[in-house]
Design a protein around this ligand. Structure first.
Ligand SMILES: Nc1ncnc2c1ncn2[C@@H]1O[C@H](COP(=O)(O)OP(=O)(O)OP(=O)(O)O)[C@@H](O)[C@H]1O
Ligand SMILES: [Mg+2]
Length: 234
């Protein structure tokens, strides 16, 4: 579904991503983990069309994304739930969801998308009139996930959804990811939390300093002493 082929990203003289290749097949949850500054968000932003790669290729359903602008990428089924959630703090839960679905066009499609979010996180329905900025961290992350699903994506990229959340909330996010996959969504899960990623991902890429260092199933990675020592100690 998604193929990244030797993608490089530069910020001025700094090479943030160095010929990274990665693939995500339909129906998979693929994990991408790595320490601060590894280049994970840069990759996510490049897939969403928010970062222009220096070289390499991104293909979605075989189509080269190249200069395809953000809104057209959304139209073909790519959604990014950004690091830091990207919510409008001064808007209600419902308004944030509406903003997320503005590309849908029809009111019926928008309401249906909103209802899917409410089914995934019933609490959001109760809090639909509450200002997003006054939700708890975990509730805000649930809202960010629901906003990301408003465009009815085929592939959803989650950039560190577990950041700053309590273990019980992280578990709920994991359950939500598995539930979403059951409905046909494909997921690229970017995380530093290897526990969450290991629990839900089919395959994991480990990235450091702009390069993919390891790629395997969670079980195989856990059995690799080098991986355990260097990356999974947390
Ligand atoms: N707009 C920018 N200008 C200059 N350097 C940047 C820019 N964005 C990112 N970088 C640098 O690129 C590198 C990769 O950043 P990126 O945000 O992709 O890392 P990350 O893996 O998402 O890290 P984290 O886990 O901390 O979110 C970092 O060294 C960062 O400082
Ligand atoms: Mg990041």
């Amino acid at each position: 579904m998604l193929e990244i082929d030797r993608l490089s990203i530069r910020y001025g003289p700094f090479l943030a991503l160095d010929e990274v290749s990665l693939s995500v097949n339909a129906g998979e949850i693929v994990g991408l983990i790595g320490p601060n500054g590894a280049g994970k968000s840069s990759l996510a932003r490049a897939i969403a069309g928010l970062e222009r790669p220096a070289s390499g290729q991104i293909r979605f359903f075989g189509k080269v994304l190249g200069d395809v602008p953000v809104h057209e990428r959304i139209g073909t089924g790519i959604s990014l739930v950004p690091e830091g959630r990207g919510l409008f703090a001064q808007m209600s839960v419902e308004e944030n969801l509406l903003m997320g679905g503005y590309t849908l066009g029809s009111r019926g499609a928008t309401l249906a998308a909103m209802d899917r979010g409410f089914q995934l996180f019933p609490l959001l329905r109760e809090r639909r009139r509450q200002m997003a900025g006054t939700l708890s961290g975990g509730q805000q992350q649930m809202l960010a996930v629901a906003v990301g699903l408003m465009t009815d994506p085929k592939l959803c990229i989650f950039d560190e959804p577990s950041l700053g959340l309590a273990p019980i909330i992280i578990e709920q996010i994991g359950e939500a990811l598995l539930a979403m996959r059951k409905t046909g969504l494909t997921v690229l899960l970017i995380e530093q939390n290897s526990k969450l990623t290991g629990a839900v991902a089919d395959r994991i890429y480990i990235m450091a300093a702009g390069s993919i260092r390891f790629h395997d199933t969670p079980a195989a990675l856990m059995a690799n002493p080098e991986v355990l020592e260097t990356f999974l100690s947390a």
